[in-house]
Design a protein. Structure first.
Length: 251
């Protein structure tokens, strides 16, 4: 049995430093085709991918994101939950489909579809020798992104992805992930707090050791500290309003 895919995904890390080399059109087409080969709930295919090549549009998206690699990359994708084409079918068939695609379930289906497409693209890109980084920061200003990309109702920009050939001085490495025992539960969820805490304590030490080595001792924070700081900062509390204005969670 080949372990090529296993070894490939185990090497994954975010790349934020790219050579000034464009990604060929034939590679873009292959990446999109790989994305479309992902599973899709009930064959709904509730996604679109916008390939951003125009430097001015990249600059505008950079203003939203605040991250330089929105511009400094080989190519930029924006992944969109897309029920616009479904709304056209609804108009043509008068089937009252809006009850589905404006519902919370419709949002979940669209989110899963988009994410599966994106991960297929990410793995395929890395197999081609590219590096990638996801860009959730495009959600910093949803309405501005919708305006920049001319998105219609019943679409929602979920995240972006910058990719390209990694620079020679790109020296990232995979961050430690939670222990196998923390994320895999047999038959029933193990909610024993003592077991969970013991696992977290060990993982915190592993993450701290990772940062010490990566930064020559300049960083040593544990994962629990990072999570507490991030999740207590009340990120993007207006997201439900943006979803409503885009045509989601109305039912």
């Amino acid at each position: 049995m080949s372990e090529h895919v296993y070894n490939l995904v185990k090497k994954h890390h975010s790349v934020r430093n790219f050579k000034k080399e464009n990604v060929p059109e034939e590679h873009i087409k292959q990446l999109i085709e790989a994305g479309q080969s992902a599973s899709t709930s009930s064959y709904l295919q509730t996604y679109s991918v916008i390939g951003v090549e125009n430097p001015e549009i990249k600059e505008e998206l950079k203003e939203v994101s605040g991250q330089p690699y929105v511009v400094e990359n080989g190519y930029l994708f924006v992944f969109v939950i897309d029920y616009y084409r479904h709304s056209i079918i609804d108009e043509n068939t008068k089937a009252d489909m809006a009850t589905s695609f404006e519902s919370a379930e419709g949002l979940l289906v669209g989110t899963v579809d988009v994410t599966l497409v994106a991960q297929n693209i990410a793995v395929t890109a890395e197999d081609m020798g590219y590096g990638i980084v996801y860009l959730g920061s495009l959600r910093n200003d949803i309405e501005r992104v919708r305006e920049i990309l001319d998105l219609p109702d019943h679409t929602f920009p979920l995240f972006g992805m910058a990719l390209g050939v990694p620079n020679e001085d790109e020296n990232g490495s995979p961050k430690p992930r939670l222990p196998f025992e923390s994320v895999f539960h047999k038959d029933r969820y193990n909610s024993d707090k003592s077991v969970q805490k013991e696992s977290l304590d060990k993982y915190d030490q592993e993450v701290s050791d990772y940062y010490k080595v990566r930064t020559n001792g300049e960083r040593s924070e544990v994962w629990s500290e990072q999570i507490a700081q991030f999740m207590s900062s009340k990120q993007r509390l207006d997201m439900l309003d943006h979803l409503n204005s885009s045509g989601f969670i109305r039912k």
